[in-house]
Design a protein around this ligand. Sequence first.
Ligand SMILES: Cc1cc2nc3c(=O)[nH]c(=O)nc-3n(C[C@H](O)[C@H](O)[C@H](O)COP(=O)(O)OP(=O)(O)OC[C@H]3O[C@@H](n4cnc5c(N)ncnc54)[C@H](O)[C@@H]3O)c2cc1C
Ligand SMILES: *[C@@H]1O[C@H](CO)[C@@H](O)[C@H](O)[C@H]1NC(C)=O
Ligand SMILES: *[C@@H]1O[C@H](CO)[C@@H](O)[C@H](O)[C@H]1NC(C)=O
Ligand SMILES: *[C@@H]1O[C@H](CO)[C@@H](O)[C@H](O)[C@H]1NC(C)=O
Ligand SMILES: *[C@@H]1O[C@H](CO)[C@@H](O)[C@H](O)[C@H]1NC(C)=O
Ligand SMILES: *[C@@H]1O[C@H](CO)[C@@H](O)[C@H](O)[C@H]1NC(C)=O
Ligand SMILES: *[C@@H]1O[C@H](CO)[C@@H](O)[C@H](O)[C@H]1NC(C)=O
Ligand SMILES: *[C@@H]1O[C@H](CO)[C@@H](O)[C@H](O)[C@H]1NC(C)=O
Ligand SMILES: *[C@@H]1O[C@H](CO)[C@@H](O)[C@H](O)[C@H]1NC(C)=O
Ligand SMILES: CC(=O)N[C@H]1CO[C@H](CO)[C@@H](O)[C@@H]1O
Length: 715
Amino acid sequence: MKFEFVFLAILLRTVTASKWHVYPDPEYKVMACKAGLESVAAWCSGTSKSFKCACKNKPALGSWLNCVYNQTTKHDVFAAESQVIKYCDQVNVTLTHEKLKDAYANATNYLVDVSKDESFNKTKPINYPITFSKKAKKAYKGYYIGYKHRFGNVTTSHYLGIASLSMWGALLVIASALHWIGKLVPSAKKSLTGGLFNNYRKSIALAPTFSKTHLQASEKPWANGYFPTRFESIVLIIHFIYCVVACSVIGFTYTEGDKVFKNYMAGTSRYYGDRAGIILSYQLPLLFLFAGRNNFLQWMTGWQYNRFVTFHKWLARIIMMEVLIHSFAFVAQSDALGKTHSRLQAEYYRHGIVATVAGCLILPLAAYIVRKFAYEIFLFVHIVLVVMFTWTAYVHAESQHYENFYWACCGVWIFDRLVRFIRACVFGIRTAKATFLVDEATIKLTVPCSSYMKPFPGAHVFVQFLTPTTFWQSHPFTIVSSITDENHFHLYCKVKNGITKKLLQKFQATEGSEVNVKVLVEGFYGQQSPYHHYDKAVLIAGGNGISGPFSHALKLATSDSKTETKLFWQVREYSVLNWFGEELMQLKNTRVQPVIYVSNPNSTFDSVHYNSPSSSSSDNSDSDSGEKNTSSGEKTKDANDSHSSMLDKFGFIEFHQGRLNATEVVASEIRESVGSVAFGACGHPAMVDEVRVAVKNNLSGSSKRIEYFEEMQSW
Ligand SMILES: Cc1cc2nc3c(=O)[nH]c(=O)nc-3n(C[C@H](O)[C@H](O)[C@H](O)COP(=O)(O)OP(=O)(O)OC[C@H]3O[C@@H](n4cnc5c(N)ncnc54)[C@H](O)[C@@H]3O)c2cc1C
Ligand SMILES: *[C@@H]1O[C@H](CO)[C@@H](O)[C@H](O)[C@H]1NC(C)=O
Ligand SMILES: *[C@@H]1O[C@H](CO)[C@@H](O)[C@H](O)[C@H]1NC(C)=O
Ligand SMILES: *[C@@H]1O[C@H](CO)[C@@H](O)[C@H](O)[C@H]1NC(C)=O
Ligand SMILES: *[C@@H]1O[C@H](CO)[C@@H](O)[C@H](O)[C@H]1NC(C)=O
Ligand SMILES: *[C@@H]1O[C@H](CO)[C@@H](O)[C@H](O)[C@H]1NC(C)=O
Ligand SMILES: *[C@@H]1O[C@H](CO)[C@@H](O)[C@H](O)[C@H]1NC(C)=O
Ligand SMILES: *[C@@H]1O[C@H](CO)[C@@H](O)[C@H](O)[C@H]1NC(C)=O
Ligand SMILES: *[C@@H]1O[C@H](CO)[C@@H](O)[C@H](O)[C@H]1NC(C)=O
Ligand SMILES: CC(=O)N[C@H]1CO[C@H](CO)[C@@H](O)[C@@H]1O
């Protein structure tokens, strides 16, 4: 947890570094006087944006002050003088309020009205002060309104950017407060069962965005991944609407006679461009923060990493929208100013273009389909493009003094990588024992624990298999603390098409026996759901999703909590007892009631060759081939013996043939319970969604506190 505080400090440091200049109104007047007068007469040769001539040349200073005193009132004259002193200080001319008054008094003796002179050449330097003529006043007004719009919009944009960050901050603070109150004073949370709370939870906190679909949306080809939950959608929609309004409502329109932007297009596009550019700068660090594995906000809010990943994805899409507004606005502005060609030569402009292109490529290359079928390619391309985007955007922004935002992004990213590195170092390279479980197409890994890190139920680790072709991949797996080996934990890795398949090919030659494999482990990650605060815990698992729910059940069984626990497990074959029997044995004679649903009607105990916790692996492989012969041939008396002896051994488990109906389980468990109930689910996405929806539907029918914890994460 110490990491989290260091992180907070770094983040605050980078955020406070993003200071900018707010222009007070007198400053606009001082700037506009100088620019207005210099547009009607010249005192030095060559035009310059600097204040050198205006400060050093006495007639120029006199004319400038004449305008400043004419346009200010007694309320802002002092501020305006101070501004003149500040500008002159920048060009090493030291002035005071008295000196300004003297210079003005002297100048008034020599003022010349040049506007009446038709032949006056306004680019030829003169050596006398001029009056604040009508012409000069018109120029002044044009500059005044121009600067006010230009820099006022910048100020507004900063405030809007800060406001968007503050809204996220407020949300996270509220979520953290609720999380910690629930954690420290469990009874407070349990007492929130009134109609209002249940309605809120029913229609927002627990509901998927659309009626039934959250995780299982990923199975629909058009869905591009998971649907957020309704709570997440509401947060994101509010954020989206805010961004649209903030980017599109500028607050004023282009004024004719604006001398800063000579035409409508040049002005308007600049306002939109600045607005979008500044707001997105504030939001970028959030994007990097939410994507990090070691994001301290997980610890504060109790939200799982996948919720932050959801926010990360949608924020990225909205920020890209702002990037495009910014880019196209400046394309339009360059065109309106006739500067397209010259800007294309400028380094900052070119970097801006590259950043936009890189950003645009990131989104389609991170689509669900890419992540599903080529996760490693996605990850590699994502990192390369994000580095490209950040670097080019940094160079682009630095030219306009917005680079601090990018330092914040890099700080967040580097910090996350650093913590990951430290975590991996603390665990060190370990030798894991790998066993291939044929029937389940699962690789069982037994990994020695680090004495510095304490595993907790539901935790997951990221594993790198240190073989020449796979060492760079980092995969998440849920841990199960080992029962047989002290200070070890198991990972049950379902064989899929990537790294797990590669490992399988390695092990296939040595089926059934153990293989040593070097791994680098990074953990422990995840949030532990507080089932022990509830009177009853109902854990529902499907297939390989058993790891998390089982760990919770075991913890509840072995700790002195009074929580009544049920562990439902949907499997295909009885043969799961071969690989998970030892674990389940631990639940014998405890408060935990395991219930197993076997879906394959042909499955029997015959394929189970569970002996005792001390059975060696070579025994297993012998009986394995023996079993295969019996199950394909006629059933022998042995098989019947084994059936009854199995029933003996696993008698404490309730077995059912058929599929587990999550809706029914949820409804009946709530009906039967006398106190508060917490549900947890991990397994097939459709089943997990079913549990979520069933819990949501049954909230209002119950006066007890009913909670749902999703034990499954995907991203
Ligand atoms: C928090 C968490 C806990 C998990 N616990 C378990 C577990 O206990 N047992 C288990 O069998 N599986 C678990 N998984 C899933 C497991 O991470 C993937 O099955 C594994 O990474 C697939 O590797 P592959 O290269 O063989 O898969 P592929 O065939 O390449 O891909 C299969 C699927 O896994 C996803 N995937 C691939 N690599 C990653 C990655 N590095 N990070 C996230 N997703 C990835 C892909 O998007 C794809 O949808 C867990 C996943 C998460 C997020
Ligand atoms: C007063 O103004 C005149 C004309 O600009 C200038 O030549 C002269 O040096 C000024 N005197 C002082 C004391 O500033
Ligand atoms: C400002 O200058 C104008 C001439 O441009 C003049 O009419 C007006 O009186 C001046 N106002 C003040 C407050 O000096
Ligand atoms: C002002 O003076 C400082 C130090 O004397 C010098 O570094 C700087 O370049 C000067 N600035 C201008 C605009 O002359
Ligand atoms: C005005 O002055 C500038 C610089 O002294 C000179 O180049 C230009 O030709 C002059 N223009 C006219 C119309 O006299
Ligand atoms: C069960 O066995 C019958 C007959 O052997 C077979 O037709 C059926 O497909 C099997 N069912 C499953 C789910 O394996
Ligand atoms: C299993 O049965 C097959 C034929 O049914 C036989 O060839 C094989 O040797 C048997 N294996 C064992 C281990 O008995
Ligand atoms: C197994 O034993 C039971 C009684 O214990 C008996 O009813 C059944 O027919 C036996 N089955 C086989 C295949 O021997
Ligand atoms: C589960 O039960 C409910 C109500 O009892 C029923 O509507 C639903 O269709 C069942 N689901 C499955 C998958 O059988
Ligand atoms: C008590 C209660 O509200 N029970 C409901 C639980 O949800 C199922 C359907 O999901 C309803 O049929 C029950 O009436």
